[in-house]
Design a protein. Structure first.
Length: 256
């Protein structure tokens, strides 16, 4: 079985694949510093809870945007799972042509999402990931990754409101219903929710206009992507497992 690992700025997300089928998914936070033994033991315990043994995992692939934990994390994988993980980075086969000024600067999470979107849904395609940062990336019909846009994520914006003002509280991010809100919390929710929709619709339209590909499909992913995608016609598809499926696709390309 393949263990696909997406290490983001907030969470580590895991997917267990049997052949090409995603059988299980789980996550834990990256905000707590951990040793290799802690990573390994925690991962093995969660696998047991999901009905697997560590010996069931024969291959591991990782995409990470948090380099400072990679030594401890990969050491934990090697010691407790017994696999030398494949790490998505420069030189790995993706099937995409990275048509940017410096391909090494493109985050592996963006590449993985782009591979997944292009392989599953075809091109031209715009990929929107509502993670810690919100990213918008464009892939042509011939599989060229041409770059995109990086914005503060919804949660980052919410934290900025709470942490940099004297009287604004921490809030749940959700649709408040009306955009003309009657009190502080719903006013903040309206700004975050409808502001993100406005950003999404404008950036997607500009990418389509600038690329000349007005027929480009748009796929979204990320934890908060579902509520946004349900509220705008600019997003065609919401795929919660886009990144994990992209990791599995890239893994298979290394084995050909």
């Amino acid at each position: 079985m393949l263990l696909a690992v997406d290490i983001g700025n907030t969470d580590i997300t895991f997917g267990v694949f049997d052949c090409s089928k995603l059988e299980a998914r789980f996550r834990f936070t990256v905000k707590v510093p951990r040793t290799s033994d802690e990573y390994g033991e925690l991962l093995c315990n969660i696998l047991v809870q999901k009905g697997y043994k560590s010996s069931d995992i024969t291959e591991v692939i990782i995409a990470s945007v948090v380099p400072q934990i990679m030594y401890s994390f990969t050491s934990g994988i090697i010691k407790y799972i017994g696999c030398q993980p494949i790490v998505v980075g420069a030189g790995i086969k993706t099937g995409l042509r990275i048509d940017t000024a410096d391909p090494k600067q493109i985050g592996p999470d963006r590449i993985v999402d782009a591979v997944s979107a292009y392989e599953q849904y075809g091109g031209p395609i715009i990929v929107v990931d509502y993670g810690t940062a919100t990213t918008y990336d464009f892939v042509t019909a011939k599989g060229a990754f041409q770059g995109g846009v990086i914005c503060p994520g919804i949660r980052i914006s919410a934290d900025a409101l709470c942490n940099n003002t004297a009287n604004l509280p921490e809030i749940e991010i959700k649709c408040p219903g009306d955009i003309i809100a009657k009190e502080t919390i719903s006013s903040m929710q309206a700004g975050l929710f409808y502001g993100t929709i406005g950003q999404t619709e404008y950036i997607i339209r500009r990418i389509k206009e600038e690329s000349g590909m007005k027929n480009a499909h748009v796929v979204a992913t990320g934890g908060l992507g579902k509520i946004i995608s349900e509220s705008t016609k600019e997003i065609d598809i919401y795929d919660a497992d886009l990144t994990l499926k992209g990791l599995e696709l890239i893994y298979r390309k290394q084995k050909r």
